[in-house]
Design a protein around this ligand. Structure first.
Ligand SMILES: [Zn+2]
Length: 376
């Protein structure tokens, strides 16, 4: 038996008084189990996650599972509607310039007193009390803040208040033009092999304002503090940013594959017992965040992107070539050499994503690549 509900969450108001709302879908099993929270489209142009949520709903309404699954498409209504010409923008708040996915909250000063107070409590008691503390913290921020919140904080904190009560959090994003990749906290590396995603970035257990970090950092810090006090504490919380491919497009067939990839991970986490959702046998590459490098264009021009995603590119092989028609000189025998520049690196890389436009300024982030990568 699955209980199904839909809620509309009000997260802000426009100047005209129009309400900003987000649909929240909940599926609840009559069998106890983990709580799962999945959101999509925090960045405006990154829309594939909405299609994945559609496919998850389609599958889950006829699938037996344990616990509770919350699905939140269109997580950021300001960003979703932020169009300019034919393009969707919506990566940064247009008023403050801050990345929409850097506005979540974590107050590290709550950790030490909590750890001291609950030093002798059972793991189950800690789980309940710590979730309650996080809930109180964020509610206080939302409801008792004399100086107010920015538009982005008000949206982010409301999403976070739901997510932090879950054991598993997936924040669905995409790159610009991109392969699929997963941001995975270092402590949860084992779980990366259960997603059908070929590239994993292992991120340190630190808070930098993003949704995934806002969910796992408090638990990681609590574990560290307990350890300092001599207690061994294990927690079940895992949070990931799942990058589903390229922005500005949805593909419902691929979304079904992406949904199966998520269900394979959820089966590993004991949310489903359906053997049908098992990880595919694919080569999974990983690198540490410090080795995930941006390659900035050394010159302005028109880019022909050459390097394929997900294929190791040997040293000296071109990533891209840049066309500079301002340098073409009919009088010279090497006219084409002057107009075309090949961009290479002196070590092997694994290209993951590239800029969405062919026309770039000097200093534009052209590619992002894995260096010092390894097989998971
Ligand atoms: Zn994003």
């Amino acid at each position: 038996m699955t209980e199904f509900s839909k809620q509309v969450l009000y997260v802000g108001e426009m100047a005209s008084g129009a309400q900003l709302s987000i649909p929240v879908y909940r599926l609840k099993s009559n069998i106890a189990g983990p709580k799962v929270y999945i959101q999509a489209n925090m960045h405006g142009a990154e829309v594939q996650g909405n299609a994945v949520i559609f496919q998850l709903l389609e599958i889950l309404k006829n699938t037996k599972f344990k616990g509770e699954i919350t699905l939140v498409p269109y997580a950021n209504p300001v960003a979703c509607n932020h169009k300019n010409g034919e393009y969707t923008l919506g990566r940064f708040d247009p008023i403050t310039g801050i990345n929409w996915n850097r506005m979540y909250h974590f107050n590290e000063s709550i950790i030490a007193p909590f750890a001291l107070q609950y030093l002798q409590a059972s793991d189950a008691e800690v789980d309940i009390a710590f979730k309650q503390l996080l809930h109180t913290e964020i509610t206080d921020k939302l409801e008792h803040n004399q100086y107010g919140l920015t538009t982005g904080q008000r949206i982010a904190y409301q999403l976070q208040r739901m997510a932090q009560q879950a054991d598993i959090v997936l924040d669905l994003h995409t790159g610009p033009i991109s392969s699929k990749h997963l941001y995975c906290p270092e402590y949860a590396q084992q779980s990366a092999s259960y997603f059908n995603i070929e590239h994993t970035i292992l991120i340190p257990n630190e808070f930098d304002g993003a949704m995934d970090e806002a969910n796992f950092c408090p638990w990681w810090k609590l574990q560290t503090e307990f350890k300092r006090l001599g207690r061994n504490f294990t927690f079940n919380k895992e949070a990931f940013t799942v990058e589903l491919g390229s922005q500005e497009q949805i593909n419902l067939e691929l979304a079904k594959e992406d949904a199966k990839s998520i269900l394979s991970y959820l089966a590993f986490k004991n949310v489903l017992s359906n053997k049908q959702y098992a990880p595919e046998n694919i080569t999974r590459y990983a690198c540490y965040l410090k080795n995930y490098k941006a390659f900035y264009s050394p010159m302005g021009g028109m880019v022909d992107y050459l390097a394929e995603f997900g294929k190791p590119l040997p040293a000296g092989q071109p990533l891209a070539r840049i066309l500079r028609m301002d340098n073409y000189d009919l009088e010279m025998s090497n006219a084409s050499d002057k107009a075309i520049h090949y961009l290479t690196l002196d070590h092997p890389v694994l290209p993951i994503l590239h800029f969405a436009s062919a026309s770039v300024n000097q200093g534009t982030e052209l590619y992002k690549v894995f260096t010092n990568f390894f097989i998971l």
